[in-house]
Design a protein around this ligand. Sequence first.
Ligand code: PGA
Length: 249
Amino acid sequence: MRKKVIAGNWKMNMLPNEAIQFIEELAPMVKDTQNEVVLCVPYTDLFYALLTAQNTNIKIGAQNMHFEESGAYTGEVSGKMLKAINAQYVIIGHSERRQYFNETDETVNKKIKSAFEYGLKPIVCVGETLDQREAGETEEVITKQTKLALEGLTEKQVENTIIAYEPIWAIGTGKTATKEDANNSIKAIRNKIAEIYGQTVANRVIIQYGGSVKSTNAKELFEMSDIDGGLVGGASLKADEFSKIVNFE
Ligand code: PGA
């Protein structure tokens, strides 16, 4: 049985004092869940979030990292730096980074490898645009992104990668993929992984859905056969709402 992983992606929101307050509020509400609870926070919140989440079941991650361990890369943060403060997760290749910050399949692949080098768990985002969906290219696009992201990883590393299937047209728009569509896309990703790394590996990979997940649709999505939880943006900014998503059962 794969675990459900519910990860919040705060994006460029929340000041340190708000992060602390949020985690103090969330912790008692999610303490009994069997699901994995993760918050991916801005770099400036990481240290405070990690301290506040100590002795809780809330895991903390970043939203990006550089693939080099150090050097002349002004403004960047490396996996080694994230690991040094005990961050556990890192989102890689979010569509906003692909769209606004020139993230490519190649940099995504390098970042995943670097994340593993430093013992961070990557949450790797793939997803099609509306144009691609309407042209019937969804499966081709997301399986190609998955293949390129995972290229050169060991089977063990692939097993430990979390993939977030996030149709771009559903992010922050209030439009959610139907549970059947989301499940089918995730199955296509799983089948591609099976084709390259074998069925056992594919059966173990956690693949989330993301894109306008909220407390009112989490249950129907997360109960689908292949959807192993979610990556949650807007609805992860209120502790009460996010706790309902974590406790969707
Ligand atoms: P959303 O964002 O839940 O606000 O649609 C999801 C994401 O971008 O990870």
